[in-house]
Design a protein around this ligand. Sequence first.
Ligand code: CO
Length: 295
Amino acid sequence: MTTSTLVRELQPEIVRQPRSVERLVTGRPTSDGAGVKLTRVLTQPLQRRLDPFLMLDAFGSDKPDDYIAGFPDHPHRGFETITYMIAGRMRHRDSAGHEGLLENGGVQWMTAGRGVIHSEIPQQEHGMMEGFQLWLNLPARDKLCAPWYRDFAADELPRLRTGEGVEVTVIAGASHGVQGAVTRDTTAPLYLDLHLPAGARFVQSLPDAHNAFIYVYRGAVRVGEQEVPLQRMAILANAPGSDGVVIEAVEPSRVLLIAGRPLNEPIAQHGPFVMNTEQEIYQAVSDFREGRLGT
Ligand code: CO
């Protein structure tokens, strides 16, 4: 599909009562895997507020020591991981037999379901490695579903360009009538990567009950009266009757816009296992220890 056909098909997003920013959040520097340095933007205390999202990590470094060790074999159960690689190359292998190379602009969507053991290992010894990993919860009835996996190269991801010149990659959900790479009925995730020229506005409708946030990874933007600086997450308020968000670029900017329908179910997390009850966590740990997870 060419850009011009996309432009003809664009449907306007109409927002009459835009959301305001409820609060700004600064990520917490941490490390994970075998010592990969990253910033945890969505941390555990925000899981309830941003239900159905459980975690957002941002990684970005041109120092190999910060990323080279990668994420050797580790398990997951009960949710989905979405890895978006802005720059760099990472190889994925998992116990369900999936293997893929994730690179420059590609997305890997993995539904851990009842369990996978996987590794994520950098395929570069120098240069920039930058990207994001988002964790999306599964509804209780799907937590033990069969694992699912899909890689999307950058040129396979649906894109659009608005009249104001905003370049939009639709990773999940739909924007301006363009369907994203992945849709999910229960959590209805929206995951957009927005590249905004200075001064451009981007409008996206959002149901008021869906939890939503943005993360600015280049430049700075404004949402209503609130400026959202570089490397900040802004949680968007769920005012009843609000119907979307308007994001205005203060300078050339890149922003993730993420939203979804809350599950309103209990969340029990132990590291890479996210279930509904402690009992299900004990089960996951013992399944992993006894070699029953991912087989
Ligand atoms: Co993992």
